[in-house]
Design a protein around this ligand. Structure first.
Ligand SMILES: [Zn+2]
Ligand SMILES: [Zn+2]
Length: 195
C-alpha cells in the first residue's frame, strides 16, 4: 500500500473509532509502528488527530461535526481549547471538561472507568497525558475558568519555574485530584449538593 493510501485508511479508521492505539493501527494495516508514527505525523500537524499516550484521538474540530459536546461535562461552561481536558472512557466515549479543575473532579467521580485523560500543556499548547502531567494551583495568573484554578504542564521543570514567577504550588496527578477536590469543597460548600 502506498503511504498516501495508508494515510487515507488511517483517517477512516480513526474517524470510525475516535481513538486508536498505534499498535492497533499497525496491526490493522500490517506495517510497523514506526511507519504508523511517520504516517500520522502529517495528520497531527494538520490538526486532524491529537496524539495521546500510545495512540491518537480524533481532534475536536472533526468531532464537533458529529457530536455537540462543546460544553463542560461538569459545569456546562463553553469549552475553551486552551484549557480543555478530555477523558477517554472504557466504552470509547470521550468527555470534555472546560479545564483541569473540572477534569480532575470528573476523573475522581469516574475513577477506573477513565482509560486516559489528555489536556494541553499550558505553555506549549501541546496535548499531554494528564496522568503524567504536573498541576499548578493557587497561582496569581487567572484564566477566568473554574475555581480553584488548575493549570497543566508537561514538565515539572516548567511547572516549577512558572510557580517561581507567578506563585502557587505544583502537584502530581493523584495528589492534584485530591487537593482540587478538597479545595473545591472548602471554598464552595454549596456546590456539593449539585454534583
Ligand atoms: Zn467545567
Ligand atoms: Zn473550568
Amino acid at each position: 500500500m502506498l503511504p498516501l493510501e495508508r494515510q487515507k485508511r488511517i483517517k477512516e479508521l480513526i474517524k470510525r473509532n475516535q481513538t486508536m492505539k498505534i499498535s492497533e493501527l499497525s496491526n490493522e494495516l500490517n506495517v510497523s509502528e514506526m511507519t504508523i508514527h511517520r504516517d500520522i505525523k502529517p495528520l497531527i500537524d494538520e490538526g486532524f488527530v491529537m496524539k495521546t499516550f500510545g495512540g491518537v484521538t480524533l481532534a475536536n474540530n472533526e468531532k464537533s461535526e458529529h457530536h455537540h459536546s462543546t460544553q463542560c461535562i461538569i459545569c456546562s461552561r463553553e469549552i475553551n481549547e486552551r484549557l480543555a481536558y478530555r477523558l477517554i472512557l472504557a466504552n470509547n466515549k470521550i468527555e470534555v471538561a472546560c479545564c483541569a479543575h473540572c477534569g480532575l473532579l470528573r476523573q475522581r467521580q469516574l475513577g477506573e472507568s477513565v482509560i486516559q485523560a489528555i489536556c494541553p500543556d499550558f505553555l506549549k499548547q501541546t496535548t499531554i497525558s494528564a496522568s503524567l502531567a504536573w498541576f499548578v494551583m493557587d497561582t496569581s495568573i487567572h484564566m477566568g475558568c473554574c475555581h480553584p484554578q488548575v493549570l497543566t504542564f508537561e514538565w515539572k521543570e516548567h511547572a516549577d519555574k512558572f510557580v517561581k514567577g507567578f506563585g502557587g504550588e505544583v502537584f502530581s496527578f493523584n495528589k492534584a485530584i485530591e487537593i482540587n477536590f478538597l479545595k473545591w469543597n472548602e471554598h464552595s460548600p454549596c456546590h456539593k449538593e449539585h454534583h
